[in-house]
Design a protein around this ligand. Structure first.
Ligand code: NAP
Length: 252
Protein backbone atom coordinates (compact mmCIF):
# COMPACT_ATOMS: atom_id res chain seq x y z
CA UNK A 1 0.00 0.00 0.00
CA UNK A 2 1.46 3.35 -1.04
CA UNK A 3 1.30 6.17 1.48
CA UNK A 4 2.26 9.81 0.96
CA UNK A 5 3.41 11.75 4.03
CA UNK A 6 3.51 15.53 3.75
CA UNK A 7 6.34 16.41 6.11
CA UNK A 8 8.78 18.97 7.39
CA UNK A 9 8.07 18.26 11.07
CA UNK A 10 9.21 16.04 13.95
CA UNK A 11 5.95 14.09 13.65
CA UNK A 12 6.48 13.37 9.94
CA UNK A 13 10.02 12.18 10.66
CA UNK A 14 8.72 9.91 13.44
CA UNK A 15 6.09 8.40 11.12
CA UNK A 16 8.74 7.93 8.41
CA UNK A 17 11.07 6.20 10.90
CA UNK A 18 8.25 3.93 12.09
CA UNK A 19 7.42 2.95 8.50
CA UNK A 20 11.02 2.24 7.44
CA UNK A 21 11.19 -1.51 6.98
CA UNK A 22 7.41 -2.01 7.31
CA UNK A 23 6.76 -4.64 4.66
CA UNK A 24 3.06 -3.74 4.24
CA UNK A 25 3.55 -0.12 3.31
CA UNK A 26 5.53 1.76 0.67
CA UNK A 27 5.84 5.26 2.07
CA UNK A 28 7.09 8.45 0.41
CA UNK A 29 7.96 11.54 2.43
CA UNK A 30 7.33 14.87 0.74
CA UNK A 31 9.28 17.98 1.73
CA UNK A 32 8.63 21.49 0.45
CA UNK A 33 12.35 22.02 -0.15
CA UNK A 34 12.72 25.14 2.02
CA UNK A 35 15.60 23.65 4.04
CA UNK A 36 18.71 23.19 1.93
CA UNK A 37 20.12 20.38 4.08
CA UNK A 38 17.13 18.56 5.59
CA UNK A 39 17.56 15.55 7.88
CA UNK A 40 16.25 12.78 5.63
CA UNK A 41 14.66 9.58 6.92
CA UNK A 42 15.33 6.03 5.74
CA UNK A 43 12.38 6.02 3.36
CA UNK A 44 12.07 7.42 -0.16
CA UNK A 45 11.66 11.19 -0.21
CA UNK A 46 10.68 13.79 -2.78
CA UNK A 47 11.15 17.58 -2.64
CA UNK A 48 9.27 20.56 -3.98
CA UNK A 49 5.65 21.64 -4.49
CA UNK A 50 3.10 19.60 -6.45
CA UNK A 51 1.61 22.54 -8.34
CA UNK A 52 -1.44 23.31 -6.22
CA UNK A 53 -4.52 21.18 -5.59
CA UNK A 54 -4.66 19.79 -9.14
CA UNK A 55 -0.99 18.83 -9.06
CA UNK A 56 -1.34 17.04 -5.71
CA UNK A 57 -4.52 15.23 -6.84
CA UNK A 58 -2.71 14.14 -10.00
CA UNK A 59 0.26 12.89 -7.94
CA UNK A 60 -2.09 10.85 -5.71
CA UNK A 61 -3.70 9.23 -8.75
CA UNK A 62 -0.53 8.69 -10.78
CA UNK A 63 1.32 7.07 -7.87
CA UNK A 64 -1.72 5.06 -6.72
CA UNK A 65 -1.51 6.54 -3.24
CA UNK A 66 -3.89 4.67 -0.91
CA UNK A 67 -3.57 7.00 2.09
CA UNK A 68 -2.40 10.59 2.61
CA UNK A 69 -0.99 11.85 5.90
CA UNK A 70 -0.65 15.60 6.29
CA UNK A 71 2.02 15.95 8.98
CA UNK A 72 3.07 19.47 7.99
CA UNK A 73 3.64 22.29 10.44
CA UNK A 74 0.57 23.86 12.13
CA UNK A 75 1.39 27.13 10.30
CA UNK A 76 1.72 25.49 6.85
CA UNK A 77 -1.91 26.31 6.06
CA UNK A 78 -1.77 26.32 2.27
CA UNK A 79 -0.48 22.77 1.80
CA UNK A 80 -2.99 21.54 4.42
CA UNK A 81 -5.89 23.15 2.54
CA UNK A 82 -4.54 21.66 -0.69
CA UNK A 83 -4.36 18.23 0.94
CA UNK A 84 -8.03 18.35 1.96
CA UNK A 85 -9.15 19.33 -1.55
CA UNK A 86 -6.82 16.97 -3.44
CA UNK A 87 -7.65 13.95 -1.24
CA UNK A 88 -11.35 14.56 -1.89
CA UNK A 89 -10.75 14.87 -5.65
CA UNK A 90 -8.69 11.68 -5.81
CA UNK A 91 -10.85 9.73 -3.32
CA UNK A 92 -7.90 9.08 -1.00
CA UNK A 93 -8.33 8.87 2.80
CA UNK A 94 -6.59 11.76 4.56
CA UNK A 95 -5.37 12.14 8.11
CA UNK A 96 -3.99 15.38 9.55
CA UNK A 97 -1.42 15.25 12.33
CA UNK A 98 -1.74 18.42 14.38
CA UNK A 99 0.20 18.67 17.61
CA UNK A 100 -1.58 20.48 20.46
CA UNK A 101 -0.97 24.21 20.79
CA UNK A 102 0.94 25.59 23.77
CA UNK A 103 -1.15 27.13 26.54
CA UNK A 104 0.11 29.62 29.15
CA UNK A 105 1.19 28.45 32.62
CA UNK A 106 1.12 30.48 35.85
CA UNK A 107 3.96 33.00 35.68
CA UNK A 108 3.86 33.34 31.89
CA UNK A 109 3.64 36.87 30.49
CA UNK A 110 2.08 36.21 27.09
CA UNK A 111 0.49 38.59 24.61
CA UNK A 112 -1.46 36.80 21.89
CA UNK A 113 -1.08 38.18 18.35
CA UNK A 114 -3.33 37.20 15.45
CA UNK A 115 -0.53 37.25 12.90
CA UNK A 116 3.06 38.38 12.38
CA UNK A 117 2.29 42.09 11.65
CA UNK A 118 0.26 42.18 14.90
CA UNK A 119 3.20 40.56 16.72
CA UNK A 120 5.54 43.29 15.46
CA UNK A 121 3.09 45.97 16.67
CA UNK A 122 2.77 44.27 20.08
CA UNK A 123 6.43 45.08 20.80
CA UNK A 124 5.38 48.72 21.32
CA UNK A 125 6.94 52.13 20.81
CA UNK A 126 9.84 51.79 23.27
CA UNK A 127 13.05 50.20 21.90
CA UNK A 128 13.34 46.60 23.15
CA UNK A 129 15.71 43.68 22.90
CA UNK A 130 13.74 41.03 21.02
CA UNK A 131 14.38 37.35 20.31
CA UNK A 132 12.66 36.28 17.06
CA UNK A 133 12.14 32.51 16.74
CA UNK A 134 9.76 32.66 13.81
CA UNK A 135 11.81 31.13 11.01
CA UNK A 136 13.35 33.07 8.17
CA UNK A 137 10.33 33.64 5.94
CA UNK A 138 8.31 36.14 7.96
CA UNK A 139 10.77 38.79 9.09
CA UNK A 140 9.31 41.61 6.97
CA UNK A 141 6.87 43.04 9.60
CA UNK A 142 9.80 43.61 11.98
CA UNK A 143 11.65 45.79 9.47
CA UNK A 144 8.69 48.18 9.90
CA UNK A 145 9.47 48.56 13.63
CA UNK A 146 13.24 49.13 13.28
CA UNK A 147 13.78 50.81 16.67
CA UNK A 148 14.04 47.41 18.41
CA UNK A 149 17.22 45.32 18.36
CA UNK A 150 16.71 41.75 17.27
CA UNK A 151 18.31 38.38 17.79
CA UNK A 152 17.00 36.10 15.01
CA UNK A 153 17.23 32.32 15.26
CA UNK A 154 16.46 30.04 12.30
CA UNK A 155 17.53 26.67 10.92
CA UNK A 156 19.32 28.29 7.98
CA UNK A 157 20.75 31.81 7.65
CA UNK A 158 18.14 34.39 6.66
CA UNK A 159 18.56 36.52 3.55
CA UNK A 160 20.48 39.58 4.92
CA UNK A 161 18.21 41.87 2.87
CA UNK A 162 15.22 40.69 4.92
CA UNK A 163 16.75 41.36 8.34
CA UNK A 164 15.67 44.39 10.41
CA UNK A 165 18.50 47.01 10.59
CA UNK A 166 19.66 46.30 14.16
CA UNK A 167 19.82 42.55 14.23
CA UNK A 168 22.09 39.60 14.43
CA UNK A 169 21.22 36.00 13.72
CA UNK A 170 22.19 32.56 14.86
CA UNK A 171 21.41 29.28 13.15
CA UNK A 172 20.28 26.31 15.18
CA UNK A 173 17.99 23.32 14.81
CA UNK A 174 15.91 22.02 17.75
CA UNK A 175 15.44 20.28 20.08
CA UNK A 176 16.67 22.90 22.52
CA UNK A 177 17.47 22.61 26.25
CA UNK A 178 16.02 24.88 28.89
CA UNK A 179 19.39 25.74 30.48
CA UNK A 180 20.79 26.77 27.06
CA UNK A 181 17.70 28.86 26.33
CA UNK A 182 17.95 30.46 29.78
CA UNK A 183 21.59 31.39 29.16
CA UNK A 184 20.83 32.81 25.70
CA UNK A 185 17.98 35.01 26.94
CA UNK A 186 20.07 36.23 29.85
CA UNK A 187 23.27 36.86 27.87
CA UNK A 188 21.45 38.97 25.30
CA UNK A 189 19.30 40.81 27.87
CA UNK A 190 16.19 39.72 25.98
CA UNK A 191 12.98 41.52 26.98
CA UNK A 192 10.57 40.01 24.43
CA UNK A 193 10.42 36.59 22.79
CA UNK A 194 8.33 36.31 19.60
CA UNK A 195 7.20 32.84 18.58
CA UNK A 196 4.52 31.08 16.58
CA UNK A 197 2.29 28.82 18.65
CA UNK A 198 3.87 25.76 17.06
CA UNK A 199 3.37 23.46 20.05
CA UNK A 200 5.51 20.39 20.70
CA UNK A 201 8.34 19.63 23.08
CA UNK A 202 11.36 20.38 20.86
CA UNK A 203 11.10 24.17 21.03
CA UNK A 204 9.08 24.59 24.27
CA UNK A 205 12.14 25.09 26.56
CA UNK A 206 12.38 28.75 25.41
CA UNK A 207 8.95 29.32 27.00
CA UNK A 208 10.05 27.82 30.33
CA UNK A 209 13.21 29.95 30.24
CA UNK A 210 11.16 33.09 29.46
CA UNK A 211 8.83 32.27 32.37
CA UNK A 212 11.75 31.84 34.76
CA UNK A 213 13.34 35.15 33.70
CA UNK A 214 10.10 37.18 33.45
CA UNK A 215 10.67 37.70 29.70
CA UNK A 216 7.51 38.73 27.86
CA UNK A 217 6.30 36.45 25.07
CA UNK A 218 4.41 37.51 21.95
CA UNK A 219 2.60 34.34 20.90
CA UNK A 220 1.38 34.27 17.30
CA UNK A 221 -1.90 32.34 17.02
CA UNK A 222 -2.30 29.43 14.61
CA UNK A 223 -4.25 29.62 11.40
CA UNK A 224 -7.56 27.71 11.45
CA UNK A 225 -7.00 23.92 11.43
CA UNK A 226 -7.80 21.99 8.23
CA UNK A 227 -11.10 20.12 7.97
CA UNK A 228 -11.33 16.37 8.48
CA UNK A 229 -9.91 13.71 10.77
CA UNK A 230 -7.08 14.96 13.00
CA UNK A 231 -4.78 13.27 15.49
CA UNK A 232 -2.24 14.86 17.85
CA UNK A 233 0.86 12.73 17.29
CA UNK A 234 2.76 10.15 15.25
CA UNK A 235 1.59 7.19 17.38
CA UNK A 236 -2.06 7.98 16.65
CA UNK A 237 -1.22 8.38 12.96
CA UNK A 238 0.36 4.90 12.97
CA UNK A 239 -2.81 3.47 14.56
CA UNK A 240 -4.90 5.12 11.81
CA UNK A 241 -2.57 3.73 9.16
CA UNK A 242 -2.84 0.22 10.63
CA UNK A 243 -6.61 0.49 10.29
CA UNK A 244 -6.43 1.79 6.70
CA UNK A 245 -3.93 -0.94 5.78
CA UNK A 246 -6.21 -3.67 7.20
CA UNK A 247 -9.19 -2.30 5.29
CA UNK A 248 -7.17 -1.84 2.12
CA UNK A 249 -5.91 -5.44 2.24
CA UNK A 250 -9.48 -6.67 2.33
CA UNK A 251 -10.17 -4.50 -0.71
CA UNK A 252 -13.00 -2.68 1.08
P1 NAP B 1 2.55 26.44 2.97
O1 NAP B 1 2.58 27.92 2.96
O2 NAP B 1 1.35 25.77 3.55
O3 NAP B 1 2.77 25.85 1.51
C1 NAP B 1 3.14 26.64 0.38
C2 NAP B 1 3.39 25.70 -0.75
O4 NAP B 1 4.59 24.97 -0.54
C3 NAP B 1 2.31 24.65 -0.95
O5 NAP B 1 1.21 25.16 -1.65
C4 NAP B 1 3.08 23.58 -1.68
O6 NAP B 1 3.29 23.93 -3.05
C5 NAP B 1 4.44 23.65 -1.03
N1 NAP B 1 4.58 22.72 0.09
C6 NAP B 1 4.43 22.96 1.42
N2 NAP B 1 4.70 21.89 2.15
C7 NAP B 1 5.02 20.91 1.26
C8 NAP B 1 5.41 19.55 1.42
N3 NAP B 1 5.55 18.97 2.63
N4 NAP B 1 5.67 18.84 0.28
C9 NAP B 1 5.57 19.42 -0.95
N5 NAP B 1 5.21 20.69 -1.14
C10 NAP B 1 4.94 21.44 -0.05
O7 NAP B 1 3.83 25.83 3.72
P2 NAP B 1 5.07 26.57 4.41
O8 NAP B 1 4.54 27.29 5.64
O9 NAP B 1 5.85 27.32 3.40
O10 NAP B 1 5.87 25.30 4.93
C11 NAP B 1 6.65 24.55 4.02
C12 NAP B 1 7.19 23.32 4.73
O11 NAP B 1 7.95 23.71 5.89
C13 NAP B 1 6.14 22.35 5.22
O12 NAP B 1 6.60 21.04 4.90
C14 NAP B 1 6.08 22.56 6.71
O13 NAP B 1 5.74 21.38 7.43
C15 NAP B 1 7.49 23.04 7.03
N6 NAP B 1 7.54 23.97 8.17
C16 NAP B 1 6.80 25.11 8.15
C17 NAP B 1 6.86 25.96 9.23
C18 NAP B 1 6.02 27.22 9.26
O14 NAP B 1 6.07 27.93 10.30
N7 NAP B 1 5.25 27.55 8.24
C19 NAP B 1 7.68 25.64 10.33
C20 NAP B 1 8.42 24.46 10.30
C21 NAP B 1 8.34 23.63 9.22
P3 NAP B 1 2.33 23.43 -4.24
O15 NAP B 1 1.07 24.20 -4.08
O16 NAP B 1 3.11 23.72 -5.47
O17 NAP B 1 2.13 21.95 -4.01
Amino acid sequence: MRVLILGGTTEASAIAAALAGDGRIRPVLSLAGRTRAPVLPAIPARRGGFGGVDGLAEYLRAHEIAALIDATHPFAAQISRNAVAAAAMAGVPLLTVLRPAWTPCPGDRWTEAADMPAAAQALGAKPRRVFLTIGQQELAPFTLVPWHSYLVRSVEPPDPALLPPTSRYLTARGPFREDDEHRLLQQDGIEFLVTKNSGGAATAPKLAAARALGVRVVMVARPPPPMGETVPDAAAAMAWLDHVAATWKRGV
